[in-house]
Design a protein around this ligand. Structure first.
Ligand SMILES: [Zn+2]
Length: 485
């Protein structure tokens, strides 16, 4: 493969300082950082004058299936009413729909300066080898770096939350009681086959495993996920203490907190990450740190569905590996890593005027790059340094966010929205330039998305009505339980 010499830009070196240097790209890596003006025989020159080059942002937590669910989450939804009331959005989806979602999701992420993601995608009623591989192929072809993790459970929300079914009566109770998911051992057999026999090269798109929410997975299921993660080195991610309701239900179901329960089961490890971690106690945070586990902080989703503000300072200080994620275009309405990074920095300031307690811009940027990369299990990803992966975002230095310029990294974290993203390179290959994704036809993709969304809405009309009625009961159940604690 030809080497490329990127010159003329100001480059954020080592997530620390901007410098006028050239980057020599060889294959999928940054082979060298060279002084301005230096030439390399045989290397193709890429003029990046007028650009600020930063490492691509890494999304620690999302769900590609959310790409076809935009507008499907009611304005007043909390997590539990989203899970019950918006379930209809995820049924009657084909393998093509799963691939379409991954493509849509990848396009949004790339356009907004993100070059890698941890995707917990769902296939219902349970994962298949073909569906999982369709998602992997989609990312491989678009060019995004990704961990593809089937999101799995063996209990519906009505089975998972103690006492919830008793809150229902009449035909609606019969309807929700009749819902079920496949046995955990058959789900694990499929996952094992799909993830061991990986259909695309592992350098950029890798397998992972996503037991959805501990309460929704039986204990042997969680342990089987951890074993598979151990066996073949898979990153494992679950939604951890996302809502207060989850902790209340954990006390009722396990007699202990969520992370303490996972610790007792032997599920915590350096490959483990929890998404959200809004309601973790000091004891739980210490257990995560001791296990060298991580948390993906997803501030936009936490705000949108009223889950709360995660204790990022407390988790980071305890030594938990912190990444940042967007969550999906369902509960976050979009996937903007710049927005998530800005929120990680600014929300930390809500409770104190002592800046020692704040997430500073550099720390937020590190979380959104090298921090999330660790959750994905990728080495040498998330900063511009020799030997590191060539995942780069080129920002327009003349854009209003950078006029005038005084503290560039602060201006990026506090002001960038993705509007200044002009080119995106992933694994040494340009995937976005000239306001166009270079690896697929976005017009055709849009037509497919509209057609699929219309088909899904039509096919699931009955389920939608039932889900909406169930969500009302779930809402009452959550309000009563939270008020009682
Ligand atoms: Zn999520």
């Amino acid at each position: 493969m030809t080497k490329t010499l990127i010159h003329g830009a100001e480059v954020l070196v080592g997530n620390d300082q901007f410098a006028e240097v050239s980057l020599l790209i060889d294959g999928d890596r940054i082979a060298a950082i060279l002084p301005k003006g230096e030439t390399v025989a045989g290397a193709k020159a890429l003029d990046a004058s007028g650009r600020l080059i930063i490492p691509g942002l890494v999304n620690g937590h999302t769900h590609s299936h959310g790409a076809l669910s935009r507008g499907g989450v009611p304005d007043d939804a909390i997590l539990e009413t989203f899970l019950s009331g918006s379930a209809w959005l995820n049924v009657n989806r084909s393998h093509d729909d799963l691939a379409l979602c991954a493509q849509l999701s990848a396009v949004e992420l790339i356009r907004k300066g993100c070059t890698a993601c941890f995707d917990l995608f769902i296939e219902l009623p349970g994962p298949t080898v073909e569906g999982t591989h369709a998602v992997a192929h989609a990312y491989h072809e678009v060019g995004l770096r990704a961990v593809v993790a089937p999101m799995i459970a063996d209990q519906t929300i009505y089975q998972a939350l103690p006492g919830l079914l008793d809150a229902f009566d009449g035909p609606l109770k019969d309807a929700v009681a009749a819902l079920s998911l496949p046995d955990w051992d058959s789900t694990m057999a499929v996952c094992s086959e799909a993830l061991r026999d990986w259909p695309v090269p592992m350098d950029r798109v890798r397998p992972g495993i996503g037991p959805t929410i501990p309460l929704h997975c039986s204990d042997p299921f969680l342990q089987a996920c951890a074993c598979l993660s151990d066996d073949i080195g898979l990153p494992l991610q679950t939604h951890l203490a996302e809502t207060r309701m989850q902790q209340i239900m954990a006390q009722r179901k396990y007699g202990t907190s969520l992370a303490e329960h996972l610790s007792e089961l032997g599920v915590l490890s350096p490959r483990f990450s929890g998404a959200h971690g809004v309601w973790l106690s000091d004891v739980e945070v210490a257990l995560l740190a001791e296990a060298e586990a991580g948390i993906s902080h997803n501030p936009m989703s936490n705000l949108r569905i009223g889950s709360g503000i995660a204790p990022v300072r407390r988790m980071a200080d305890a030594g938990v590996t912190m990444g940042i994620g967007t969550d999906a275009s369902n509960t976050s309405d979009g996937q903007n890593m710049f927005e998530a990074t800005r929120l990680a920095a600014t929300l930390s300031r809500a409770h104190s005027i002592d800046s020692a307690a704040w997430v500073r811009t550099r720390e937020a940027f590190d979380m959104a790059t090298i921090g999330s990369a660790r959750l994905l299990g990728f080495d040498r990803l998330g900063q511009i340094a020799e030997g590191w992966l060539a995942d780069l975002v080129f920002l327009d230095a003349s854009y209003c966010h950078y006029t005038p310029r005084r503290a560039l990294l602060d201006q990026i974290v506090f002001a960038e929205t993705g509007a200044a993203v002009r080119e995106v390179m992933i694994a040494g290959r340009m995937v976005f330039a000239g306001d166009r994704i270079l690896t697929l036809d976005e017009t055709a993709l849009r037509s497919r998305a509209f057609a699929a969304a219309e088909r899904i809405t039509h096919a699931n009309a009955e389920a939608r009505v039932m889900n909406a009625a169930a969500a009302e009961v779930v809402k009452g159940f959550c309000l009563r339980n939270c008020a009682a604690h």
